[in-house]
Design a protein around this ligand. Structure first.
Ligand code: C5P
Length: 236
């Protein structure tokens, strides 16, 4: 049996027989407010595992190195083991969430250029925003690694904007995380799903992501299923 080696807020990591491969189990846990709100939402793990698997496979076509190996069940996938860089890298195309709060912009206002922001992963400190010099001074990453993460984040953004555009969904913003593999390369890790992206129906502006849960606006799975079914049709 694979041994549980780490438990995040929404995923459990198991060591497989291959020392370089982890089995990742997507759970139904859904969190908000730095983990203070934590609820189980039926089928969320399975839906996010499938969405994330489809997106990582799609990104392979664009030469975006990532940790995805294969989906092994509805809720599980195999990932390359990496040393995670403790940063959240957020890319924004339209103003929403914390950007809107910080700058007093209108919700869903189109930004003239995509924005890339870095946040230190630390729940107790509420994931503080950090700039390049903070990241280097705190030995979280060096200048070259920062520039690589920024370039990859923008490349992922273009690929995802185009993918979602085909299925009439607007990518408002998203968060990614990176890790360092055994060859010392920075690769995309963690997940890309409606838990980590803001996605809206381009026509109706309906939220198809975790904002529905964050704002207590009813059953968020309706939007998650819509995203999954559209991606399955598009990428089949
Ligand atoms: O809250 P904020 O506006 O900074 O979120 C920007 C994007 O990053 C959103 O798509 C949100 O889902 C994602 N995010 C995340 N995990 C966090 C913080 C933000 O996936 N801890």
């Amino acid at each position: 049996m694979d041994k549980l080696v780490d438990s995040g807020k929404t995923k459990q990591l198991f060591q497989t027989k291959d020392k370089n491969v982890l089995k990742v189990h997507y759970t139904n846990h859904t969190t908000a407010g730095d983990g203070k709100r934590n609820e189980q939402i039926e089928n969320k793990g399975a839906v996010n595992n499938q969405i994330s698997s489809l997106i990582f496979q799609y990104l392979n076509k664009f030469d975006i190195p990532n940790h995805f190996i294969e989906q092994t069940s509805n809720t599980d996938q195999l990932n390359k083991k990496v040393n995670m860089i403790p940063l959240e890298v957020v890319v924004r195309n339209l103003s929403s969430g914390h950007f809107q709060k910080r700058f007093g912009t209108n919700n869903l206002q189109q930004l003239s250029k995509p924005v890339v922001e870095f946040f230190m992963k630390n729940d107790e400190l509420h994931d503080p925003m950090v700039n390049d010099l903070d990241v280097q001074a705190l030995n979280i990453a060096n200048e070259h690694q920062l520039s690589k993460m920024r370039d990859l984040a923008l490349k992922i953004n273009i690929a995802l904007i185009n993918l979602f555009k085909e299925i009439n969904i607007t990518l408002v913003d998203f968060k990614v995380e990176f890790g360092i593999d055994e060859s010392n390369h920075i690769i995309l890790a963690d997940e890309i799903s409606p838990d980590s992206c803001r996605l809206i129906d381009t026509d109706t502006k309906e939220s198809l992501d975790k904002d529905v849960f964050r704002k207590n606006e009813g059953n968020m799975m309706k939007g998650y299923y819509k995203v999954l079914h559209k991606l399955q049709k598009e990428l089949a």
